[in-house]
Design a protein around this ligand. Sequence first.
Ligand code: ATP
Ligand code: MG
Length: 559
Amino acid sequence: MNDTTKPLNFIEKIITEDLQSGKIKQVKTRFPPEPNGYLHIGHAKSIVLNFGLAKTFGGTCNLRFDDTNPAKEEVEYVESIKEDVRWLGFKWDGAVRFASDYFDQLHAWAVYLIEEGKAYVCDLSQQEAREYRGTLTEPGKNSPYRERSIEENLRLFEKMRKGEFAEGSCTLRVKIDMAHPNMQMRDPVIYRIKKQKHHQTGDKWCIYPSYDFAHGQEDAIEGITHSICTLEFEEHRPLYDWFIENLPVPATPHQYEFSRLNVNYTVTSKRKLKQLVDEKYVDGWDDPRMPTISGMRRRGFTPKSIREFCDMAGVTRTDGVVDVSMLEFAIREDLNANAVRAMCVLRPLKVVLTNYPEDKKEVMIAPGHPQRDDLGTRKLPFGREIYIDQDDFRESANKKYKRLVIGKRVRLRNAYIIEADEAIRDDQGEIIEVRARVIEDTVGKNPADGIKAKGVIHWVSADESIDCEVRLYDRLFTEASPDAGGKDFLQSINPYSLEVVQGCKGEVSLAQATTEDHYQFEREGYFILDSRYSSADKPVFNRTIGLRDTWDKAKDKIG
Ligand code: ATP
Ligand code: MG
């Protein structure tokens, strides 16, 4: 174990016992996404769990695409999923696997079940099959095709494979028990006709195995010891076991279920996220407001913060909703410790320092991080004209306002104390400039006259700064459970989830920013260069998260 202070979760306990009893020699897990969308924060939980267990117990974890449904799956999704797993910091064992790699074997096992008299071709329509299935309180009825001979079934299944039947006209089902209390066991379908091209196998197949017929057998082929999935598959476990018992599989994997990760103010369903993308509520799967791993990456989340969050959420069998502020806490913790500091003025207001010579230039030295010498220092050019934020100046204000006020002093971060004299207005009466004075000899020192500054504000040199755009994000939904109880989640989209601020002025060090560098813009939050909209002429920075939790205030704005 790499962390002896934390109690084991229930899956870790099971694995520990299995290793101790000699039931298994080495743990082998897998992460089995269906490539029908981009991964979201819920998948991160499954990734951290599966790859994490392998790491903790010295085993391995496979990445296997569950691509049994050609209709909704695409190569784009396969590529994005691989990138996300890698970015989260995990390495799968050997090559990437696909359920479709095993189609030949699965087909052979379907034939085997027919030969054993345990599977039959059924001509009931979908509607009829539903009626025959019964309900939770009533047993089902046997299909009229259930007693077909082995020879006839073999012949019909071969015709299915060759594409001689229309889609929907028949299926291959296993013969278990139509009166079984578990509906999953009432002769489930294991092969369907789908005349569709597959992204891996092309036109080779026109019949495709069901998820249930594929998953456990794939686990067995790969030697997976602990097949971990979410609770909605609990009911499928007897069927999982039935296939393992009734087929000549090379190993006997076991399925274990844990509860899904749900986060408030978020939806975690690929289908719903796809709808947000398709209907253009967001600008793609990696929109920084999306709870997708790619969106979070673009927004400036770190792999470490996501892993930490998943660990904090824990592994249980009880459904619950995790507060999104826990995720925000995880990212703030990481960035506070590791992000380089910088100054960026979002809404610039020019300040002319009237007693500072026009031709004088200085360079202030600021730390890259207040506690981390290893993050070096920054050079801040200083001159007669600077920008401060419009919010940091008032002509008059009460004592609580610890920024620049006429006749009062404020410290410019990493530079002088200044005192404001006058506000200059344009024809419309808007303040366009402030006249102020520097107090001599106050860089890193208090003034000789003993009149201290009340607050500290950030600034940039007017001559030497970069022009940039800043994008501020808020939660995508205004309701804590946007899709609870079948509610239309589109109704609670937050109209203020994106604010684009143009004309920002950043310190010169930001000219070197890459999409790998995290910054704390002092007093504004944590930022990263946007990977889509940035250009050499105009960098665009995404606010990953504010410095503090300001959601309660924002809610007041929304009403
Ligand atoms: P979605 O409903 O978003 O499509 P899914 O479960 O259908 O999710 P898969 O691609 O089949 O998505 O999931 C891959 C793995 O991730 C599965 O083992 C699944 O159980 C797990 N997983 C999916 N969503 C969550 C979640 N919210 N919390 C934890 N694990 C999840
Ligand atoms: Mg799924």
